[in-house]
Design a protein around this ligand. Structure first.
Ligand code: SAM
Ligand code: SF4
Ligand code: SF4
Length: 315
């Protein structure tokens, strides 16, 4: 596929937890534009040339005709979270200068008025300033689309306000039963499902449930998938922890047999829902490369079911 040629940072900015600003999520060191605390950060954003190339884009020198018109500002908030997921790479430290850090980001958002904001913690739904800033931004700029990734395990009052803020939510689940969910995340499965159902029924927020598989919750990806595949939702993520191949010896016959069972059950779900999936006519399911490899959900398999436009193997 031909690459899109553009001035990448005139279309998207990614602000990392330390305030460093990049043109995209890849954050190659040579593409760093500056830091939100730099006095001349606006000048740096607007007057830097980023020469870069990736599978999708080619970033080229600015010309006098190029004007900054951001599709996205994507930023990270603090790692504060009410859950205790063992797999989580983030420490739960509070940002040392959270107030001023988030205020700088808000200034940038109000200055550039991007079409979309992606804000991810930690858990934004339990972070006071990050959450309230987004609430106020949405009131001020209702046309801005705001998305996040969340565990969604919060009280009803917070849920109601979240529903007013977010246009899209990806909901991470590390189990699909009360016990596993409690063990993996330290949270209440019924509360999350109840919240999910409330948002689902109200139809305001576009929802994408995401299963994060790991050795201790692997089989519950099956009831998760059976549940999610029948919902009118944006997308389903069948993902797994990055470290799956390091935390388990997947060549051991135990894992070979285990994955053979998961393969059989996942394929049964794909095959029995094939016609319904084809009718979606959009990218509806993302399956992580590691899971796809271990369960032999190959490109050829997806092609044979005519699902290659619906199910994508991702990293
Ligand atoms: C760090 S969380 C923050 C957002 C929110 N608290 C949540 O869990 O959805 C962002 C994403 O990272 C995923 N994640 C957590 N630990 C991971 C790991 N070890 N490997 C890959 N993804 C992971 C979560 O499932 C979530 O989708
Ligand atoms: S070319 Fe790709 S990697 Fe480089 S800045 Fe643009 S989007 Fe990011
Ligand atoms: S809910 Fe998200 S941020 Fe919180 S511990 Fe789990 S993965 Fe980490």
């Amino acid at each position: 596929m031909a690459k899109t040629v553009r001035v990448c940072h005139y279309k998207k900015l990614k602000i990392k937890l330390n305030g460093d600003v990049y043109p995209c999520c890849t954050s190659y060191p040579h593409t760093k534009l500056g830091n939100i605390f730099d006095k001349d950060i606006y000048d740096k954003i607007e007057n830097t040339d980023v020469i870069c190339e990736c599978p999708m884009f080619k970033s080229v020198k600015r010309t006098a005709d190029d004007k900054i018109d951001l599709d996205y500002i994507h930023y990270e908030t603090s790692n504060i979270c009410q859950a205790s997921c063992v797999c989580c790479p983030q420490r739960k430290d509070k940002m040392p200068n959270e107030e001023i850090h988030l205020a700088k980001i808000r200034e940038l958002i109000e200055h550039y008025k991007p079409k979309n904001i992606i804000a991810i913690g930690g858990e934004i739904l339990v972070q006071e300033k990050a959450f309230n800033d987004l609430f106020e931004l949405k009131q001020q700029y209702p046309e801005m689309k705001i998305s996040t990734i969340t565990n969604l395990c919060v009280g009803k009052e917070r849920l109601k306000r979240a529903e007013e803020i977010f246009d899209k939510m990806t909901v991470s689940m590390l189990g699909f039963s009360e016990l596993t969910y409690k063990n993996e995340m330290g949270l209440d499965f019924n509360k999350t499902i109840d919240n999910f159902n409330e948002l689902y029924n109200n139809k305001k927020v576009k929802l994408s449930p995401k299963y994060l598989a790991m050795p201790t919750n692997l089989f519950e990806i099956i009831p998760f998938f059976k549940w999610a595949i029948n919902l009118e939702i944006e997308k389903i993520y069948l993902h797994c922890i990055h470290e799956f191949e390091q935390v388990a010896n997947l060549k051991n016959p135990y894992w070979v047999k285990t994955f053979a069972k998961v393969e059989k059950q996942l394929k049964t779900i794909f095959e029995s829902n094939k016609e319904m999936l084809i009718a979606k006519n959009k990218h509806f399911i993302s399956i992580h490369r590691i899971l796809a490899n271990r369960t032999n959900i190959t490109q050829q398999y997806l092609d044979s079911l005519n699902l290659s436009n619906i199910v994508k193997i991702t990293v």
